[in-house]
Design a protein. Structure first.
Length: 91
């Protein structure tokens, strides 16, 4: 008989809830330039969840977003336990 630790369930539930809460946060919480923030808004990216669904390739297709911006976004998302989709090879 396998014993399930209820505290463990609570722990993982709390992590999932925190991630969902983070996904609803506006992109304004990121330490990014106003120019990049405006570019994201023009794409309809308003929350971290919206940003998480974008691939790095899609972001690089946007004029004004390059590898430096991708690295910055990657780091900001990582600090929150989130990530951009379709990560490119590390440079």
């Amino acid at each position: 008989m396998t014993h399930k630790d209820p505290a463990s369930d609570d722990y993982f539930r709390a992590i999932r809830e925190r991630r969902e809460q983070q996904r609803r946060e506006p992109v304004e919480v990121l330490k990014i330039s106003p120019r990049v923030r405006q570019l994201l808004r023009e794409l309809g990216v308003n929350t971290l969840g919206d940003l998480e669904r974008l691939t790095e390739v899609k972001l690089l297709d946007i004029r004004g977003i390059g590898q430096t911006t991708i690295r910055s976004l990657r780091a900001e998302m990582s600090d929150r336990g989130l990530a951009l989709s379709g990560r490119l090879r590390d440079d």
